[in-house]
Design a protein around this ligand. Structure first.
Ligand code: ADP
Ligand code: MG
Length: 213
């Protein structure tokens, strides 16, 4: 028997499931159990849950489930408020991506020289994790192509809006493929976030998990 909080109930590949087990991820957290079935059905999802509830793995598995490693183009884009958070997300993505051969995850944050980032982009990546300012910089220089993005994630969206990144976020989303799936993760759901979701998401399903398990 597999209960409803087992990762085994999800439409994930055998290598991804085996890797989750080797990472010690036995059961889904409540936000993962609520969001992953919808994410894997390619729905746009707005997910609200507090810190430490496992939101990173929820969207990372959404990106990885439909990633084609043979196609060397940016298929996943995660926008984070800070460099520290971008590094954490990239690390979690790399751990979860061990199941798939040769997945390249690239972080693009400010406070780092531009030239090596441009060289890395020229070399190629499957998934980019970045902060709004630096992503905008690459878009305006024409050094990043987001036409191939299949999954776009706004992580800690409320924090990004608080930090004044609203216009940047809208700009980045509009520069991404219109065929993308959009996932929005936020601890709260203020008016600006509602506006983003109404204007830039496709019939989003909203999920809120109140308590820790
Ligand atoms: P959030 O983004 O919601 O604040 P994180 O995604 O950073 O939380 O997850 C917090 C911690 O929980 C991380 O160390 C992560 O590796 C771990 N974690 C996530 N999902 C699971 C799971 N299903 N089982 C065990 N640990 C998990
Ligand atoms: Mg998080």
């Amino acid at each position: 028997m597999t209960d409803s909080t087992s990762f085994q109930t999800l439409a994930l590949s055998a290598p991804i499931l085996a890797n989750l087990e080797s990472l010690g991820y036995k059961e889904m957290t409540p936000i993962q159990a609520a969001s992953l079935p919808l994410i894997l059905q390619q729905r746009d999802v707005i997910a609200q849950a507090k810190t430490g509830s496992g939101k990173t793995a929820a969207f990372s598995l959404g990106i990885l489930a439909k990633l084609n490693p043979m196609y060397f183009a940016i298929q996943g884009l995660v926008i984070c408020p800070t460099r520290e958070l971008a590094d954490q997300v990239a690390n979690e993505l790399r751990r979860l991506a061990r199941a798939i051969e040769n997945v390249k995850v690239l972080t693009l944050c400010g406070g780092t020289a531009m030239r090596p980032q441009i060289a890395s982009l020229e070399h190629g990546a499957h998934i980019v994790v970045g902060t709004p300012g630096r992503l905008i910089d690459h878009i305006s220089r024409g050094t990043i192509n987001l036409n191939t993005v299949q999954t776009l994630v706004l992580d800690e969206a409320d924090r990004m809006v608080d930090m004044g990144f609203y216009d940047d976020i809208v700009h980045i989303i509009k520069a991404s493929s219109p065929r993308r799936q959009t996932l929005l993760f936020s601890a709260t759901f203020p008016d600006d976030i509602k506006r983003v979701s109404q204007e830039l998401m496709r019939d989003p399903e909203q999920i809120k998990v109140e308590a820790q398990h």
